[in-house]
Write a protein that binds this ligand. Structure first.
Ligand code: FE2
Length: 357
């Protein structure tokens, strides 16, 4: 055996040796140091447990030691989830000990006295390589977990931005339409402020009826959009003094469907599209465009119908004299159950009464 070969092929490592026999201990330390390793030597298991730390690459344990023996020491290391390979120093012919050590998770055995240095070197190097492999695996796993965590966080942040962007886009699209509607409405003295007032009345009714969740938002948006279809109807028809001709009525009555078609491409306005289409339906089925009856008309639509009619009656229209508020409320009540939902009419009548006092 040649020491020079060992000295040129060494992997430097930090090794803990525990043996109560000073002769054996010193011999093991000397050999390991000759191989170029850094060695910490202790005389029993308890001191080994106090000394060991993550930066050790291999542990060599004697079996018979005062206090904690080799088996109890490896059990204590197992309980700490130590991943450092443990080699046992065993006397010749102690097969029973060897089996017990294997069952306890020992990595290998070194027969003492140490006579075959080549074999000793191989066993130590194998244990060190095992330790390096475990370290690399652990660090790879940790890096991978860190990367996955960072990517997940990054993705979540991008998602929030995307959702925010998409929401902003929806809001600005909606605002553009509403602004256009209001601008055109303001050009006509008979319709100026109609949408704003209908929206206010509708929201007051919705709040009084305790609408929950998204219903109030939908009600507000649908109110703002209810007459959007009038954008494409010749205003001279709406503005003209005196009653409309049959042909003009046919044209005006198309505005719910036209409004529906204008906002239909905006996917986020699903419920509003339905309300815009049906805001001239009546409980008795005589409304347009679908002649819906009773509860086929949903609550939000019923609310807008009342608010819309009240504003039409109380604000100056081209062919009718505007009514006083109490006259308009009386008219709403007169048309309860035929045109309007009686509950909505009464809620609104209460609101008007409070606001008139
Ligand atoms: Fe309308």
């Amino acid at each position: 055996m040649s020491f020079s070969r060992h000295l040129t092929s060494l992997i430097q490592a930090k090794i803990l040796v525990a043996d109560d026999d000073p002769l054996v201990r010193d011999a093991v330390v000397k050999i390991l140091e000759l191989f170029g390793h850094k060695v910490v030597a202790v005389e029993d298991g308890a001191t080994a447990l106090d000394t060991v730390s993550e930066d050790f690459d291999t542990i060599i344990l004697d079996i018979n030691m005062p206090g904690l023996d080799g088996f109890e020491t490896i059990q204590a290391l197992n309980e700490r989830n130590s991943e450092i390979p443990v080699l046992f120093l065993t006397g010749a012919g102690s097969m029973e000990y060897a089996v017990k050590a294997i069952n306890l998770g020992a990595y290998d055995f070194i027969a003492k006295p140490i006579e075959d240095l080549d074999l000793f070197d191989v066993k130590i190097r194998r244990a060190i390589e095992k330790r390096m492999f475990v370290r690399r695996e652990k660090s790879y796993k940790e890096d991978l977990e860190k990367e996955v965590r960072e990517k997940t966080k990054e993705l979540a942040e991008k998602n929030v931005l995307l959702e925010q962007y998409s929401h902003n886009l929806e809001v600005s699209t909606l605002n553009t339409i509403i602004t256009l509607n209001i601008a055109l409405e303001e050009k006509d003295q008979y319709t100026a402020g109609h949408t704003k007032r209908v929206t206010e009345y509708s929201l007051l009714i919705g709040q009084a009826m305790n609408l929950q969740g998204d219903d109030l938002n939908v009600l507000g948006r649908a109110s703002q959009l209810h007459d959007i279809g009038k954008l494409v109807i010749d205003v001279s028809c709406i503005q003209k003094p005196g009653p409309l001709t049959d042909e003009e009525w046919v044209l005006v009555k198309k505005h719910p469907e036209i409004g529906e078609n204008i906002i239909k491409p905006l996917d986020f306005l699903g419920r509003e599209v339905e309300i815009v289409r049906h805001h001239h339906e009546r409980l008795d089925g005589k409304g347009y465009p679908d002649g819906l009856v009773g509860d086929e008309i949903d609550l939000l639509t019923k609310i807008i119908t009342v608010a819309d009619s009240f504003d039409a009656m109380t604000s100056r229209r081209s062919y009718k004299v505007n009514m006083q508020r109490d006259e308009a409320v009386a008219e709403l009540r007169a048309c309860s159950n035929t045109q309007f939902d009686p509950v909505v009419v009464e809620v609104f009548a209460e609101i008007i009464a409070q606001h008139t006092e």
